[in-house]
Write a protein that binds this ligand. Sequence first.
Ligand code: MRU
Length: 309
Amino acid sequence: MRTLEWEDNRLKLIDQTKLPDELNYVYCDNYQDVIVAIRDMIVRGAPAIGVAAAFGMALADIEDVDLDKAAEEIKAARPTAVNLFWAVDRVLDSENPLEEALKMYEEDRATNRAIGKYGAEVIDEGDTILTHCNAGALACVDYGTALGVIRAAHEQGKGINVICDETRPRGQGASLSVWEMQQENIPVKLIPDVASGFLMSQGKIDKVVIGADRIAKGGVVNKVGSFMVALAAKYHDIPFYVAAPYSTFDNEISIFDTVIEERDGDEVRYYGGARICPEGTEVINPAFDITPKELITGIITEKGIIDPI
Ligand code: MRU
C-alpha cells in the first residue's frame, strides 16, 4: 500500500478522510490541489505531508508557476510538521523539481525500513506496544515510522500486541492505525485516550512508540495527547520512544517556539456527526503538544537510536 504515488504526471493520494470504510483515491492535477489535500487532511502525517509538498512543487514547475510563490503557498497549508518546510526548500534548491520529489519519495521508503530495523531491536518478545495517532504507512509513503517499528518487530516473529489510542478529536488512531494493523493481521486493540494511564498501572503496556511532527531543542512535538501518555509512562517506568526521520528534526529552534496548529472547534463539538456540547460552546483545539526531552527514552531514526536534542 502506498499513501501517495506519482502517476501519469499527477499525484495520486489515498483519501484518508474516508478510511476505514472506503479506500478511495484523490488526484492532484496542479499544485493548488496539493495544498487543498494537505490543508483538508486528505494526506496527513509529517513525512507524507513532506513528500506530497515536494510533488506539489513539481506540479508547480510543470505548470510554469513561479516556484518561490508556490513554495510560500504550499508552506502555508499546515504550520507544525517541519517536513513540509524541509521538503519545499529542498525542491526549491534543486535543479529538477520532479526528479528531486521522486528521489524524496524513494528515500522516505528506505528511511522507514531503517527506522523499523533499529526500532525492532528495543522491542522484546511478546511486548504490548502503545501508539498514539497514526505514524504508520498512511503518514509516510509506506511502512511508517512508529508503526514501521511495530511492523518490523512483527515481521521478526516477536509475537507483539498493539494498543492504539483512539486519538480524539479526529480519531487517527482508531480510523487509520487500527485499520493498518488489521490489514496485516497484527494483533491490535483500540482504547479511549483516557485509558492508557490505567492500563499502564495494570502492567498491560510494555512500551510506547509514537511518531513526531517536529523534533527540536528540548523535546518533541507530536499529536495532542502524546505528552500525557509520556507523563503516564514516566510515572510507571515504561520506555517511551519516538520514531522519526532526520527530516523531522529542526535543530535551529527550541521546541517551545514551534507553532502549534489550532484546528476548528467543531472537531471537538461534534462526535460522529452529533453535537456533544451546548450550541456555541467555546473550544480550545490544539492539534499537537510538546513532550519535553526528560520524558523520552530515545529517538529511533534511520541512523540508529539517539538521545533527544
Ligand atoms: O494531524 P496529523 O494527522 O497530520 O498528525 C500526525 C501525527 O501527529 C503523527 O503522529 C506524526 O505526523 C508522525 S507521522 C510519521
